[in-house]
Design a protein around this ligand. Structure first.
Ligand SMILES: CC(C)(COP(=O)(O)OP(=O)(O)OC[C@H]1O[C@@H](n2cnc3c(N)ncnc32)[C@H](O)[C@@H]1OP(=O)(O)O)[C@@H](O)C(=O)NCCC(=O)NCCS
Length: 144
């Protein structure tokens, strides 16, 4: 398992993983490409034998970092992939001046909520009906 900065050549695999994980909420390849070229954003890929098995990103606004697009392919889950990716993402973001991390997660997404709690995130707010298909509240989590 190798964690590295996301490269343009990863984009089609990243978009396919997004679609598999998030359906109609998934980011398109074009949206990911735009994010990759944003100087305030950092995206990481987790590669195994040349295949992208997981990815995540962060968007920095001064000392706050908004974590987005955390996705691990189904067959590679529960092996510590997301934890390693997020620890590396936060390590790199801290070097760029990020002190606080935030993210949104579907209220019912227990695997993700547990993952974030295990990394020190706590729920600080709820955004009513933030998600569509199906409509659901978002938990706003922070690690300060
Ligand atoms: C949520 C997700 C990213 C977790 O990825 P992962 O690589 O399987 O997570 P890890 O193996 O690093 O797990 C780290 C910790 O998270 C928690 N966790 C992960 N999956 C869990 C599950 N199915 N049930 C309960 N806790 C879980 C556990 O605390 C776990 O530690 P442990 O294995 O030592 O108990 C993955 O399930 C996924 O891609 N889901 C679909 C996309 C998604 O929902 N992304 C998040 C959007 S906010």
């Amino acid at each position: 398992m190798e964690i590295r900065t996301m490269l343009p050549e990863d984009l089609s695999q990243a978009a396919a993983l997004e679609a598999a994980c998030f359906g109609s909420d998934a980011w398109s390849e074009q949206a990911l490409e735009q994010a990759l070229s944003d100087k305030n954003a950092l995206y990481l890929s987790c590669m195994e034998e040349g295949r992208l098995i997981a990815c995540c990103g962060i968007w920095q606004s001064f000392e706050d970092g908004d974590i987005t697009n955390v996705a691990v392919e189904e067959g590679s889950r529960r092996k510590g992939c997301a934890r390693r990716l997020l620890l590396e993402l936060m390590r790199r973001a801290k070097l760029c001046g990020v002190e606080n991390f935030t993210l949104e997660v579907r209220e019912s997404n227990l695997p993700a909520v547990r993952l974030y709690e295990s990394l020190g995130f706590t729920v600080e707010g709820i955004r009513k009906n933030f998600y569509r298909d199906p409509a659901e509240n978002a938990l706003i989590m922070w690690k300060r």
